[in-house]
Write a protein that binds this ligand. Structure first.
Ligand SMILES: [Zn+2]
Length: 159
């Protein structure tokens, strides 16, 4: 079988259409960028347990706990939100300073290695959890926030 014949038989695992030869030559495993993103998300949810029967909300709770553990290992005091309607997921206390932290379950793009996930939040710090890699990414880095932050009071928290 020639290379052209073997290439022409490859079907996109997302939409079941044939993958264009041009993309196959670039090493693509899907027919389009849209399907590549869908495929990456599907593999992420598989690796994070959603497909294996763990509900999405449980995955969210798992991510929050992973951030709690990570922050406690760094020596901070951590407080969890009691209501789902709180403006952030965690409060981190370092002596007199506190920060609001929003936790998101994220994944790493196989294409460029970047951390991909929802970055919308109203907190001081965004914590992206890579469950499969057992890693937490803070944006901006939490240590830099604490070194810049002035002592604050909880009354400045806006809901
Ligand atoms: Zn496709």
């Amino acid at each position: 079988m020639s290379e052209a014949q073997s290439l022409s038989a490859v079907v996109c695992p997302e939409c079941q259409t044939l993958i264009p030869e041009r993309r196959l030559k670039q090493g693509a495993k899907t027919c389009s960028k849209t399907c590549a993103t869908r495929r990456e998300k599907a593999l992420f949810y598989y690796s994070s347990g959603v497909v294996l029967g763990i509900p999405r909300s449980t995955v969210g709770a798992l991510s929050e706990l992973m951030v709690c553990v990570d922050l406690m290992r760094r020596g901070y005091h951590v407080f969890r939100a009691v209501s789902y309607h709180c403006p952030c997921d965690l409060i981190v206390l370092n002596e007199e300073q506190f920060l609001r932290v929003e936790v998101r379950t994220v994944y790493r793009s196989k294409a460029n290695g970047k951390v991909v996930g929802n970055r919308s939040h109203r907190a001081d710090c965004w914590a992206g959890v890579l469950i499969a890699e057992n890693e937490v990414v803070y944006e901006p880095p939490i240590e830099t926030l604490f070194s810049l932050a002035l002592p604050r009071h909880f009354s400045s928290c806006s809901a």
